[in-house]
Each structure stands twice: as C-alpha cells, then as structure tokens.
Design a protein around this ligand. Structure first.
Ligand code: FES
Ligand code: FE2
Length: 385
C-alpha cells in the first residue's frame, strides 16, 4: 500500500537539476554530510592493497595499511604529487614515487630521504589529510571532510542535526547482512555514468511507474498497489513486493536457487537511505548503489553487486551460484542501460523549461520523500549563511 492520499507537486524545480549553483550546492552538501561508498572490502583484503578514485572533486586513496583501513588525500605533502594512479592495486610501501617521502596510517611522514635538508619541518602541517572511514559488512564508506570531528567520533554516537550518521545507524545492520561474505560474494563492482543530473538517475531508481514503458522485456508491468508496500521514514524509504511472473527467467532463477541454496524467496525489497544510497535486495543478489554528481548534467553511481553463495551440492552448487550471479549482474546492466537511455531526455526536457512544473503520483511518493529531504538541505544552507 501507498502512504499518500493525493498527487504531489515536485518540490525541487527543474533548475535544481540544471544550474551551476545547484550543482555547487549539491556537491557541498554531499561532501560534508554524507558517507561515500568507495570500495568493497574484498578489494582491500591484504596489507598494501589500495583503491584510488576521485569523488566529489576529492582525490582519495584508500589503503590497507598493515591490516588497518585508512583513507587519505591522494596528494603528497611535499609537492602534491599523486601518490598512486586512479585504480586498484597493491603496494608494499606507503611512499611517494617522486622524492620518496613515506607515510604512516595517521598520514604523518615517517621516513624522509635526506631529512637534514628539511630543518624544522612542521610535520603537523606537512602531512596527508586523513578522512574518516567505516565499514558496513563488505561496504567501505569514507567521509570526505577531513575536519569532520562528528564523523571521527562516530563510534561515540556523536552526530550533528542534519548528518547522515543517524541515518546509517538505522540501516547499517540490514546492509551488512545483505552483503555479508559468509553468504554473499562480489559479482559486480563498477562506476556507471549517466548523461543527466544525479537526482534524475536517483529518482529513476525510486519508482516502478516507468517499468512498462522503459523495461517492457526485462521487467514488464509494475505491480498493483495492493502488492506493494511503501514505508516512509525520516532516514529513508522502502518498497517491498513479491515478484510474481512466470517468465522463463523467473523459472530459471527459482530452479537455480533451489539447487544451490535449497529454497527461493520471491521478496524484492528496495531501500533508499537519504540522500543517495540505494539497495535492491532479492534472493539471488544484493545491488547497492550510490549516486553522485560530476557536473550539472553528468552523474555517476558506484554499483556493487553481491550474489548468493551456494550452501549445497559442492562444486556443482558453486558453479550454479556463479551462473546465478552472472545472470543477475547481466540483467542489472541491461536495466541500467535502459534507464540510461531515458535519463538524458528528462535532463534535456528540464534544461529547456527550467521553471516547468512536475507532479508525482501516489506510486511516486518515495520521490516526494526525497524532495522533502533535499529541500531541507537548502534551508540548512541558508540558515548557516
Ligand atoms: S612530491 Fe612526494 S616526495 Fe616529493
Ligand atoms: Fe528503471
């Protein structure tokens, strides 16, 4: 069932999706108030493993430093040389390749070649910025504000008024269980780009109203209201339904599930943690996305997918579960490609009519909940200016 009784005019006007000022606002809010999903724990399993990326204009290096996960700015404290190139890799030493400065997990310099040439060096000023990092199951999140005391003291439960620390306390157990390495294995880990504002892509994932038009062969018609349960919380929203169709893909999925884990649960649950993380949880796979802006009309999402591990039938069960995971990842890529073809049209429509009106039906009430949340960030920003 839906929660709202009536249609809802969209609270965010099209110009919040098209202008440089809206983009600047969004980047600032996301950078200072959210945890950013940056990697899967299995990418950082061994000491020396690292992941380097740019997120919201911040150059990040996440590294397994002797068993401890650390996140630092990917720029040397000497003359700002990039410490590693963007990508995934392994390096025994935490060392800059230009003049050989070495660092510890706290971002402070350790060994400096010819250190006598740097008399009186202030090692507190000339060090790497360190970012708060946290792990939820197999998901590694980083906070992009190096001066965020609230985030650093997360374990003490400190949170500011409009911070997503509280939000994650509501959802972290569910997300951890949905990718726990005893039951799930990584089947997908990629960045997917869209030619639209990040909110267009996010909103596209929050409703099933477009299924019949955009995904006629992959999903088909959206379920009726009687078969859907929406819940709206302060920290996010959920949709739950039971997949009911008798396509050959569904029959194959049920067969694979019974062979590899002994049962099949048809429940589909979609979770949106405000503002920009979503989880699509079903029996075969957990798909966890985080959306972020690249420019007013370009965006990306990190997409981590976890497939269910087999718990029976030995090597045969493992082979079937790999096939099941491969099928889930292939279907996901196809759905994303179908969405990615319509999103630029939404973007262009809004660019051509920045003051146009938009309306949400009751089935789109999760978009209204997101708008209420995001409008509040603008009010917050005005309040602190
Ligand atoms: S720039 Fe890194 S050691 Fe010189
Ligand atoms: Fe879609």
């Amino acid at each position: 069932m839906y929660q709202c009784e009536s249609t809802m005019p969209a609270l965010l006007a099209p110009d919040r999706y098209t202008t440089e000022s809206a983009h600047t606002h969004d980047v600032e809010q996301l950078r200072t108030r959210t945890w950013q999903l940056v990697a899967a724990a299995s990418q950082l399993a061994k000491p020396g493993d690292y992941v380097a990326l740019t997120r919201l204009n911040v150059h990040l290096l996440i590294r397994n430093h002797g068993g401890e996960l650390v996140a630092v700015r990917n720029a040397c404290a000497h003359r700002q040389c990039e410490l590693v190139e963007v990508g995934v890799g392994h390096r025994e030493e935490f060392k800059c390749g230009y003049h050989g400065w070495c660092y510890g997990s706290d971002g402070r310099t350790r060994k400096l070649p010819v250190s006598k040439d740097f008399p009186g060096l202030d090692r507190e000023t000339y060090r790497l910025d360190v970012f708060p990092i946290r792990r939820i199951g197999e998901l590694i999140f980083v906070r992009l504000d190096p001066n965020d005391a609230d985030a650093t003291e997360m374990s003490a439960g400190v949170a500011s008024d409009f911070d997503d620390l509280d939000r994650w306390q509501d959802w972290s157990d569910e997300f951890a269980a949905r990718c726990d390495s005893d039951r799930w294995q990584l089947i997908m880990n990629e960045e997917i780009r869209f030619d639209c504002n990040w909110k267009v892509a996010l909103e596209g994932s929050l409703e099933g109203y477009h299924l019949e038009e955009v995904h006629p062969h992959t999903f088909g018609a959206a379920p009726d209201e009687a078969d859907v349960d929406h819940k709206l919380y302060e920290s996010g929203t959920t949709l739950e339904t039971v997949a009911r169709n008798d396509s050959w893909m569904t029959k194959m999925e049920i067969w694979l599930a019974k062979q590899s884990v002994g049962s099949h649960d048809p429940t589909y649950r979609h979770v949106h943690v405000f503002p920009c993380v979503t989880g699509a949880f079903q029996d075969s796979a957990s798909l966890i996305y985080q959306f972020y802006p690249l420019s007013p009309n370009r965006s990306a999402m990190i997409a981590l997918g976890f497939g269910r591990r087999a718990n029976r039938a030995g090597a045969y069960g493992k082979m079937l579960s790999r096939f099941r995971g491969w099928g889930a990842a292939a279907l996901t890529r196809r759905l994303i490609a179908e969405d990615g073809a319509i999103f630029p049209k939404v973007q262009r429509g809004m660019e051509g009519h920045p003051n146009g009106n938009r309306i949400f039906g009751r089935c789109e009430e999760r978009l209204d909940a997101f708008h209420r949340h995001w409008v509040a960030t603008e009010a917050m920003q005005r309040a602190v200016q």
